[in-house]
Design a protein. Structure first.
Length: 43
């Protein structure tokens, strides 16, 4: 299993409230499954 980075880390400025700067940090990281039988579903 590998980790795949889909989007490089980005930041977004949201707002200023009472001298507090609100920002959002975004990044996409997903597991890449190489063997289908590595996933077990319980149920």
């Amino acid at each position: 299993m590998d980790l795949v980075v889909g989007v490089d880390m980005t930041t977004a400025y949201l707002e200023l409230v009472d001298l507090n700067h609100h920002m959002r940090v975004l990044e996409t990281v997903l597991p890449r499954i190489k063997r289908q039988d590595a996933i077990v579903v319980f149920g």
